[in-house]
Design a protein around this ligand. Structure first.
Ligand code: G6P
Length: 489
């Protein structure tokens, strides 16, 4: 067993991500409350037991006044967080615009809807300028807090310019960058007007990491095909300088979930849920309400299943937790009404005076309620159209030691590569296939469920967030040492 904190007790780490692990809500002029932020990045990084890490990021709120900024900085310091203050205009252009309306759909292979295509092309340059400006603002805060020898770990598509900003100022800084989304095929990346500038900025890092080998390969291909750089087994070479590129599949803090299941809070929730849904099989979806998650496709597949299987109509219920996200982006607003419409139609069609087939919740659940829900679930449905990894599938598996339920998992989620052998893999675009997989899951024998669960449980409990972070940081240290040796030779 590793000593507590392992590598990290000797190493100061600055984690830089657009979103801090806590988001701030203003309660008064100088008073703030802090709520845990959503999303896979935060949930994985919170699973890393790290005493010396500091987070630098945006608290998800506009704070134009100095007293407010000072009070929030103080409140965040207790959580080892350092805020980057972004004004409304920057948030609009950088976060809503370039990050979430351009990069996010592109990296997930989802084109823009026809009516937005031209508008997006028009505002591209101003949004890209705001993106670069925002990245420089993050760099300025890093520079204020950096001490020699620190490891600076930059995260995600919001901060592709950050490695370049940091290295320009201090080329000895140890800089790693990790992408939490897929990196698409080079043929997709090449449609981006700023394609080369972005790649070159990322290549300023010492180590570049992805969830899967495929994403890493796509990135290297983009560098070689679009920019004519040299791809090597270690990474990408530009004028004799090597940027190491590799896959580091993320995980969760599985112990946190397993221990929580024993708590009275979770046990009470479990009891209530079991009574509430007695006599029915529980199917569960937990997603941010995002177009990449394939929520409409999932619900339509469920409708098809009900249509074709009269026997199951009052014996199965789908609980869909859809956590609101990026609500200022028009695409997300449209998705919310689309999902509500479909859910309403299906409940009208198959509901009875006492039961409805779909319970759809537009909100997040607290940790204990979520664990209980995972534990009572018979079938988890993860139907992402694309997903970097998808940690909901990991969390479900961690909570299923008693029940041994079935995971239906999209082949387009990174997790398909690690949990594929235990899950039923589906193409979420094919609702006939997904509907059939629901039937297969409901009829699966106990032995088969046991075998599949054990396979996945072993993976989830051995490939943890802690191991992911330690591997990345130690590889980053080694990469820097090797580069220094090469220069001396
Ligand atoms: C994904 C991204 C994260 C992001 C999260 C939540 O997991 O990879 O970087 O933080 O979604 O999205 P939000 O826009 O609310 O930060």
């Amino acid at each position: 067993e590793k000593p507590d904190g392992g590598l990290f007790t000797q190493q100061r780490l600055l984690v830089v991500a657009n979103r801090l692990p806590v988001s701030a809500v203003r309660r008064g002029e100088e008073s703030w409350s802090l709520e845990v932020s959503g999303g896979g990045l935060v949930s994985a990084l919170l699973g890393v037991k790290e005493v010396e890490a500091k987070w630098i990021g945006w608290a998800g709120v506009n704070v134009p006044d100095e007293p407010g900024q000072m009070a929030l900085t103080k409140a965040l310091a207790e959580k080892r967080c350092i805020p980057v203050f972004l004004d409304e205009e920057i948030v609009h252009q950088y976060y809503n615009g370039y990050c979430n309306n351009i990069l996010w759909p592109l990296f997930h292979y989802l084109g823009l809807p026809q009516e937005e295509r031209l508008a997006t092309t028009r505002c591209f340059q101003s949004q890209f300028a705001a993106y670069k400006k925002a990245n420089q603002m993050f760099a300025d805060v890093v520079n204020q807090h950096y001490e020699e020898g620190d490891v600076v770990w930059c995260h995600d598509y919001h901060l592709m310019f950050l490695p370049k900003c940091l290295k320009e100022r201090n080329r000895n800084m140890k800089v790693g960058w990790f992408l939490h989304t897929p990196f698409p095929s080079s043929e997709i990346h090449r449609t981006l007007p700023s394609r080369s500038e972005l790649l070159r900025a990322v290549l300023a890092a010492d180590l570049v990491g992805f969830h899967t080998y495929d994403y890493a390969r796509h990135f290297v291909s983009a560098c070689t095909r679009i920019m004519g750089l040299e791809g090597t087994p270690e990474g990408v070479e530009d004028n004799g300088r090597l940027t190491r590129v590799a896959a580091f599949p993320i995980g969760i803090d599985s112990d946190r979930f397993i221990h929580a299941l024993q708590s009275t809070q979770v046990q009470e929730h479990i009891k209530e849920l079991k009574e509430r849904f007695a006599g029915r099989k529980v199917m569960l979806g937990v997603d941010r309400l995002d177009m990449i998650k394939g929520i409409p496709q999932k619900i339509l597949a469920f409708e098809k299943f009900l249509e074709e299987n009269q026997y199951w109509r009052d014996k199965v219920v789908l609980l869909q937790i859809a956590v609101p996200t990026r609500t200022d982006v028009p695409e997300y607003q449209k998705l919310t009404s689309q999902v509500h419409e479909i859910v309403g139609r299906i409940n009208g069609r198959f509901g009875t005076l006492t039961t409805v087939p779909i319970h759809h919740l537009d909100r997040s659940l607290d940790f204990h309620a979520l664990c209980a829900l995972y534990a009572v679930t018979d079938i988890a449905l993860v139907t992402s159209l694309r997903d970097g990894m998808n940690l909901v599938s990991y969390e479900f598996v961690a909570c299923q030691d008693a029940k041994r339920g079935v995971l239906i998992l999209s082949e387009f989620a990174g997790a398909a590569q690690s949990l594929g052998a235990g899950a039923i893999l589906v193409n979420p675009w094919n609702i006939t296939e997904v509907a059939a997989s629901i039937g297969e899951a409901l009829n699966m024998s106990a032995e088969e469920r046991e075998k599949r669960h054990l396979h996945n449980f072993l993976h989830v409990t051995t490939h943890t967030a802690q191991e992911w972070a330690e591997t990345f940081v130690s590889e980053l240290n080694d990469t820097v040492v090797e580069a220094q040796q090469r220069i001396r030779q």
